[in-house]
Design a protein around this ligand. Structure first.
Ligand code: NAD
Length: 517
């Protein structure tokens, strides 16, 4: 079994060689899986094989978890100062920044996202995440809480222990680092399972983790299938916490596995069906650009994608025309071309899934205004697709498509469309069509509202059931602000100070300074 792989990239935007290990990374070493499992990865732009890499199984997760437990006790956890952890995270950030081109090329090759998007967005976010949480590593503070005169009480925020991180394929490295950076900053060790489809950037990261000087066992990376290696993370009796990003369906399985095993803590970042609400007074040109970004960015493979677009009737025709023209101009094709906006979907399975949703939209009576077909003859490309005349219960309005498919709905005058909590006597009344429709899904991940009226923006943002509300823009994460879901979009928060709660236990220490019995 080959243990390394070398790519020679010779594209217009990146030329260079990238070498990376293809084995599991456990206890600071690259090792073969116990059962010698492998997977052949494909380039979704060509459907051709690009690498054969190792895949771990239950046994490998258990070995990695044992290594992580030993490292937690011996070299990490409460044994190492926050400053020391911070330095290592900063070193890793420097190494990621120094290898941006190489990692962006691997992401483009393996995921199908464009090289320039990976380089301009995924990689800078990855480096910044490491630095952001490096900054927190020596600032984990509890409170001194005065209770009675003869007692002193204070709280400590202690690491939980071994964290299992399970991540999807749409932002493979940055999502992994979103778990790894706060987990390590708080003093935990980690067993990470990247998606079976997209392990290359994580494998490349292992070489940087070694170079940065993390003690063996602090970070372990085991690519594997979800129903074997992923399930093993959920069921492990050694792993104390699972930080998961992925579908709501898998989130449920992880919850069940945690309940069946050691009641490990879990945080879940799940799916979404986010509404964009555009009012008559919005800057239409800007709203069009942000709404295009909202749904078509990253091939539509985005948990916060603004896939339901509600446009007020006064600007509906203008918006629809401009939105359609813009979508028509999006260049679909080679992820390594500097002009490409949209690459292929990640896999044949995902391609078929999106095409089935397009068929269901047509079958249920929505009007296909743009796209709807495969793009080109090779690779998993789909044309940017727009549906109008959508009704609330259609599958394309209710379910997460995770592809370049927008559903556009018209709403009427403000008076007929919104709850504004007008007090009438002791009760509140108002009109509520758009807000009700926007909230009428099982998800609650994000929303965008476009208006020049700040009062309305605030009212709508507070009435939508979602963990993130963007006003006059979309899909713009801020490392200092938390992301996460209401309803079935998840529990716990990534990013910001709030994410630290996922990775610490709070201990209350009581000191007797006068109580006698
Ligand atoms: P998925 O749930 O199929 O897989 C996610 C990860 O879970 C993969 O690593 C997979 O191997 C693993 N997995 C699968 N079955 C498992 C099991 N039984 N036990 C443990 N692990 C298991 O999701 P996907 O198709 O890879 O990604 C797309 C989904 O991820 C979408 O629903 C999207 O909305 C969601 N997502 C959410 C966020 C967020 O921040 N909320 C971000 C990105 C993606």
């Amino acid at each position: 079994m080959a243990s390394t792989c070398t790519y020679q990239f010779d594209t217009t935007i990146y030329k260079g060689a990238v070498t990376f290990p293809t084995q599991l990374f456990i206890n600071g070493e690259f090792v073969d899986p116990v059962n010698k499992g492998t997977i052949d990865l494909i380039n979704p732009a060509t459907c051709k094989a690009i690498a054969r890499v190792s895949l771990g199984d239950h046994e490998d997760i258990e070995i990695a978890a044992q290594a992580a437990r030993a490292a937690f006790k011996e070299h990490w956890g409460l044994k190492v100062s926050g400053e020391a952890r911070s330095k290592l995270l900063h070193k890793l950030a420097d190494l990621v920044d120094a290898n941006t081109d190489q990692i962006a090329a691997l992401e483009a090759l393996n995921v199908g996202k464009t090289f320039h998007a990976a380089k301009a967005m995924d990689l800078p976010i990855t480096g910044s995440l490491l630095r952001y949480y490096a900054g927190w590593a020596d600032k984990l503070q509890g409170k001194s809480i005065q209770t009675t005169p003869d007692k002193i009480g204070f709280t400590r925020h202690e690491p939980i222990g071994v964290v299992g991180a399970i991540v999807p394929w749409n932002f493979p490295l940055s999502t992994l680092i979103m778990k790894l950076a706060p987990a390590l900053a708080c003093g935990n060790t980690i067993v990470a399972k990247p998606s079976e489809f997209t392990p290359l950037s994580a494998l490349y990261l292992c070489t940087l983790i070694r170079e940065a000087g993390f003690p063996p066992g602090v970070v372990n990376i085991v690519p594997g299938y979800g129903d074997t290696a992923g399930q093993a993370v959920g069921e492990s009796m050694i792993i104390d916490k699972v930080a998961f990003t992925g579908s709501t369906l898998t989130g449920r399985k992880i919850m069940e596995a945690a309940a069946r095993s050691n009641l490990k803590k879990i945080s879940l970042e799940l799916g979404g069906k986010s509404p964009s609400i555009i009012f008559n007074d919005a800057d239409v040109d800007q709203a069009v650009k942000w709404a295009i970004n909202g749904i078509f960015m990253n091939q539509g493979e985005l948990c916060v994608a603004g896939s339901r677009i509600y446009v007020q009737e006064g600007i509906y025709d203008d918006f629809l025309q401009k939105f359609t023209e813009s979508a028509q101009c999006l260049s679909v094709g080679d992820p390594f071309s500097p002009d490409t906006f949209q690459g292929p979907q990640i896999s044949e399975r995902q391609f078929k899934r999106v095409m089935d949703y397009i068929k269901s939209g047509q079958a249920e009576g929505a009007t296909l205004r743009l796209g709807g077909e495969r793009y080109g003859t090779e690779g998993y490309f789909i044309q940017p697709t727009i549906f109008t005349d959508c009704t609330p219960n259609m599958k394309i309005v209710q379910e997460e498509i995770f592809g370049p498919v927008a559903a556009i709905m018209k709403f009427s005058a403000e008076e007929g469309a919104l709850i504004f909590h007008v007090p009438v006597g002791n009760s509140f009344y108002g009109v509520k069509e758009v807000i009700e429709q926007a909230n009428n899904t099982t998800y609650g991940l994000a929303c965008s509202v476009y208006t020049k009226d700040i009062d309305r923006a605030m009212r709508v943002a507070s009435n939508i059931e979602a963990g993130t509300a963007w006003v006059n823009f979309s899909n713009w994460p801020d490392l200092g602000l938390p992301v996460g879901g209401f309803k079935q979009s998840g529990m716990g928060r990534d990013l910001g100070e709030d994410a630290l709660e996922n990775y610490t236990n709070v201990k209350a220490v009581h000191i007797n300074i006068g109580i006698k019995i």
